[in-house]
Design a protein around this ligand. Structure first.
Ligand SMILES: [Zn+2]
Length: 386
């Protein structure tokens, strides 16, 4: 009996170490790969220009993983030291609260959920194990907590005033980085519009209407029914526009995109996407959608992964950017990496200089590259945040 209990104890200890110690980092490392390891080469012209840019990126899911944002990680794509090394000034930190098993870009339901297991393995607070709003709030707290420990090197943008102050500091302090909070999918409201205020108070300033499945507010491009905005969804869009929270149309169904654009009085973001013009699949935007998004004054973040660009390098990203700029103008195109979002990227954030290089090779001028690499995002935040 004693032997049996001791055996059981050993088994439990080993299981605990495996589940809490190795599983989160193993899963994170496996899901967020980089094709080429650093350091990243670029032409001297590109390096010189890149050092003078204000670089911004509309999408990274970093907060879902158990890594210290202030430490240089050995896996994944984004943390403060790597943002500094890549000369990235502004990073959107988007939170993921529920993803279906066997996730695909064609059709999924919300019946299963991978994040419960991740939340358990990463020892998220009890409330965040089951409640989607709590999962978003917990991930937001990770960003605020890292900012508080950063000796002022990481700041969180919530107002236009924050942006102005940040830009002033950044003129003399090149290692100050700003983050702002977004959400992948309005299911993070747990079906209740009143949760919007809690998310706003936690600092969220961008909300994607849907992620990989249809939710109570809106249809997803990868959902089962792929419908449009529901009545609750329309109320949410109104509320977001009242409070100056950006609508993110990434992952939204065609019907949801149309419904939101019918109501849009402010610029919308598409935080991470590809365009059908260079990579034709169900995840990417059509020419007509791109044109309507630009009419709101919106900004489209071009993704770095293979089904966004139909390629695996900076050249493919620059090609998608070229196509989109030719179609809707240089003021509406930006970077939307999807770093740490369960993708394989050509390089981590220390390698974004390779995009500057590829944009030069595409024949973009210095003024155009400045806009694409960051100014379009930063200008929009500075004008339209609360
Ligand atoms: Zn996404």
């Amino acid at each position: 009996m004693k032997k049996l209990l001791f055996g059981l104890f050993i088994l439990l200890t080993v299981a605990t170490i495996v589940i809490f110690g190795f599983v989160p980092s193993y899963v994170g490392k496996d899901m967020n790969r980089t094709i080429n390891p650093p350091p990243y080469s670029a032409s001297e012209t590109a390096k010189e220009l890149h050092a003078r840019l204000l670089v911004a990126d509309l999408h990274a899911d970093t907060l879902m993983w158990n890594r210290d944002l202030l430490e240089k990680g050995s896996w994944g794509h984004v943390d403060l030291p790597r943002l500094q090394a890549g000369n990235v000034a502004v990073q959107a930190f988007t939170v993921v609260t529920k993803t279906p098993r066997n996730m695909n870009i064609e059709a999924n339901t919300g019946d299963t959920d991978n994040i419960t297991l991740l939340a358990f393995a990463e020892r998220w607070p009890l409330a965040a194990l089951t409640n989607l709003t709590e999962r978003a709030l917990y991930q937001a707290s990770r960003l605020h907590e890292a900012a508080a420990r950063s000796n002022g090197k990481l700041v969180v943008l919530q107002t236009k005033d924050d942006v102005t102050k940040f830009l002033q500091r950044r003129q003399s302090e090149k290692d100050v980085v700003a983050g702002f909070l977004g959400i992948e999918g309005a299911h993070a409201l747990s079906g209740k519009l009143e949760n919007f205020d809690r998310l706003f108070d936690a600092g969220f300033r961008m909300i994607g209407m849907a992620h990989f499945f249809d939710n109570e507010m809106a249809g997803s491009a990868h959902g089962a029914a792929k419908g449009g905005l529901t009545e609750e969804g329309k109320k949410l869009v109104e509320r977001m526009q009242e409070r100056d929270v950006f609508i993110d149309l990434a992952h939204a169904s065609a019907k949801t995109i149309d419904d939101v654009l019918d109501m849009a009085r402010k610029p919308v973001f598409v935080s991470h996407t590809g365009v059908k013009g260079t990579c034709d699949n169900n995840r990417n935007l059509s020419d007509d959608q791109l044109k309507r998004i630009a009419l709101t004054g919106g900004v489209v973040g071009i993704g770095f992964w293979d089904t966004a660009t139909c390629g695996t390098d900076a050249k493919a990203i620059a090609k998608a950017i070229r196509y989109t700029v030719n179609l809707i103008g240089v003021d509406h195109v930006a970077l939307g990496s999807d770093y740490d979002g369960a993708i394989t990227a050509p390089f981590d954030t220390t390698g974004v200089v390779q995009i500057t290089d590829a944009l030069l090779q595409e024949g973009f001028s210095e003024a155009e590259i400045k806009k694409i690499m960051g100014e379009n995002i930063i200008r929009t935040l500075q004008f339209f945040l609360p």
